[in-house]
Design a protein around this ligand. Structure first.
Ligand SMILES: Nc1ncnc2c1ncn2[C@@H]1O[C@H](COP(=O)(O)OP(=O)(O)OP(=O)(O)O)[C@@H](O)[C@H]1O
Length: 594
């Protein structure tokens, strides 16, 4: 998952500055939104002023003027709403533009990160940054930025006017609110931490629930909901535990603050009555101060809401920054493709995180020959295949294809030379035809059908309701073997000079396997081939076999040479043969019984 904490912690109050940078292209319009927002905040003084003059007119017995002032109060309130609406309309339009920009920026970033990035971050992580967070950014751009200036300017302007009229009553309106602020800052020191945890645990629940939905079939198969859902239960329990803490340390203090902020009348009213008596302060002024004090409290309370929402934006910005900081892969934009299909790994070392996964690996595969990579699980076989496709770049050493360092080959030229059949098959929610054509979009119908026949796709496609035009979606349940055959058809169609097969036939049923092996033989004929295999029977005829263990090449040679060596490969071969014999005997026993 993308980081939210460390970057978020470092962000602190910078989050608004970062949002300000994000809207760089729209600053002129944003200034306009800020201007209208600030004018709207300033108009909050109008009802108080109007009320003061209205009372003055009433005391003079001038009812017409009083009515006019009453009308001005309504106009003032309406003006406030109109100005605010203009401000927020402008800022929402900017927010929509910024959101579109952000999606573009993230999309561009995703084009520049190495392919391996997508094996490390789940679709859910990406969805969160690309969709949910971009949605949330709307509050930052459309509300926080224009409102923050108004939230500061409004109370200050109000206070200046109040102080100009009577500094004593201005102070009385201000003091409880300031006390509320100080109180809030002391109590909310803990509240910030607990609110951050609240947001984190909330995100954790979302992630775990997403996982739960994914594992439901497994859970049901094993009838093991107790243990499989433990993480989800734990996430919910953690959240429930925190809620009480959060209410005690963040919600209650926040309400105390509102109480303090709006309780300035408790000080102002006795003071104003006292002043009425002793020094000729008049009733209109007292009326003005009472309404102005309430406006002041509300404006300052608004500041509190802003600081809370700013904190929510921190997570959004932190995840975005974490994505943007992900190392990019340098790609050549010009240059030739590989000159031939010889593959050479020279002293290649590689680590995903800390541990070395490939350690000084060197080998070559001559054009048109085959290499099999074998070894225990986790020995680095798949990593070698992925490095060849530049899922990641090597740490040390280099990989060349046709004598050219793959880092110097433009990606489309590299892609033209390689075909992959991976363990994980991804099919798009499009027709079977489109899914095969991904291998070569400009292939003719005849070429497509030829590839489909060779990969034995046509057999099951003819039984589908719309044949090759049937859409591969949730309603169409293809077996793993069928999906695998589609992916082989793709590779056949691509007809690239180098082919990497990662356990390509591991999931196919025995009846299909022989035919599929035939198709693969057609696919691999004349190609430079790297097979990543567990079932050694499929690779015994390879020109060269490398036995890997813990990221190092331990043995290399033909099947016969490695057997003669009697090392790790021979041991794995013996295990394989024993397992095969066992399964054959079982099948025979099953056959006899029936
Ligand atoms: N995306 C990744 N991030 C971090 N570590 C990884 C990643 N992919 C693989 N590894 C680690 O690298 C090591 C080599 O993995 P690799 O998949 O290359 O082995 P393998 O020989 O193909 O294994 P298997 O036969 O089980 O597929 C393992 O320790 C694995 O946990």
């Amino acid at each position: 998952m993308f980081q939210t904490e460390s970057v978020g912690g470092a962000l602190g109050g910078n989050v608004l500055a970062i949002i300000w940078q994000l809207i760089a292209r729209y600053r002129a319009r944003m200034w306009l939104a800020i201007l209208f927002g600030t004018l709207s905040a300033l108009t909050t003084i109008l009802p108080a002023v109007g009320a003061g003059f209205m009372v003055g007119a009433l005391l003079d017995g001038d009812r017409v003027t009083a009515a006019l002032w009453a009308g001005s109060m309504i106009v003032g309130a309406a003006l406030m709403i109109v100005l605010f609406t203009i401000s927020t309309s402008i800022s929402h339009l900017i927010a929509a533009d910024v959101q579109a920009d952000q999606r573009q920026i993230i999309g561009d970033k995703l084009k520049r990160v190495p392919l391996g990035f997508f094996t490390r971050f789940s679709a859910m992580d990406l969805r969160r940054v690309l969709i949910d967070d971009v949605e949330k950014l709307e509050d930052g751009v459309a509300h926080l930025i224009p409102e923050i200036t108004a939230a500061y300017v409004g109370p200050v302007a109000l206070l200046v006017i109040m102080a100009a009229v009577d500094w004593r009553m201005a102070l009385a309106a201000l003091v409880p609110t300031v006390l509320g602020f100080i109180f809030m800052m002391i109590v909310m020191r803990d509240g910030v931490e607990v609110t951050n945890r609240y947001h984190k645990l909330q995100a954790n629940i979302a992630t775990t629930m997403g996982e739960v939905v994914k594992v439901i079939p497994v859970v049901k198969t094993y009838d093991n909901s107790g243990s499989a859902l433990i993480r989800a239960h734990q996430a919910i329990a953690d959240f429930q535990d925190l809620i009480t803490d959060w209410i005690d340390r963040a919600v209650v203090p926040a309400n105390w603050f509102f109480l303090f902020a709006t309780s300035n009348l408790l000080v102002l009213t006795p003071l104003s009555i006292y002043l009425l008596d002793i020094d000729g302060t008049d009733l209109p002024t007292v009326t003005f101060f009472h309404l102005a004090a309430m406006s002041l409290a509300l404006l300052i309370a608004g500041l509190f809401g802003i600081s809370n929402r700013t904190r929510q934006q921190e997570g959004v910005i932190a995840r975005w920054q974490s994505l943007m900081a992900y190392p990019e892969q340098e790609v050549a934009t010009t240059g030739d493709g590989p000159d031939g299909s010889d593959i050479v790994f020279s002293n290649v070392s590689f680590r995903y995180d800390r541990a070395l996964v490939l350690d000084d690996v060197s080998f070559d595969v001559k054009a048109g020959t085959s290499l099999a990579l074998v070894g225990p699980s986790g020995s680095g076989k798949t990593t070698i295949g992925r490095l060849l496709a530049r899922f990641w770049d090597v740490g040390d050493g280099k990989i060349t294809i046709g004598g050219r360092d793959i880092r110097a080959i433009p990606p489309h030229r590299l892609a033209e030379s390689l075909s992959f059949v991976f363990q994980d098959i991804f099919l798009f929610s499009r027709s079977v035809r489109d899914n095969i054509l991904i291998g070569r979009p400009d292939a003719t119908e005849e070429e497509l059908l030829q590839a489909a026949r060779a990969a034995r796709v046509d057999e099951f496609v003819s039984r589908l309701p719309k044949g090759y035009d049937t859409v591969v979606d949730g309603s169409l349940s293809l077996s793993v073997g069928q999906k695998q055959r589609i992916s082989i058809a793709r590779a056949l169609l691509r007809n690239a000079p180098i082919l990497v097969l990662d356990e390509a036939t591991a999931y196919n049923d025995p009846e299909n396997e022989r035919e599929l092996q035939g198709a693969i033989a057609a696919l691999t004929a004349g190609k430079t081939l790297i097979v990543i295999a567990h079932r050694l029977s499929t690779i015994r005829h390879c020109d060269n076999i490398i036995f890997l263990d813990s990221g190092r090449i331990r043995e290399e040679g033909t099947h016969a040479q490695l057997l003669a060596l009697d090392g790790g490969y021979a041991a794995q071969w013996r295990t394989h043969m024993a397992a095969r014999e066992f399964s054959l005997r079982n099948r025979q026993a099953g056959g006899d019984a029936s």
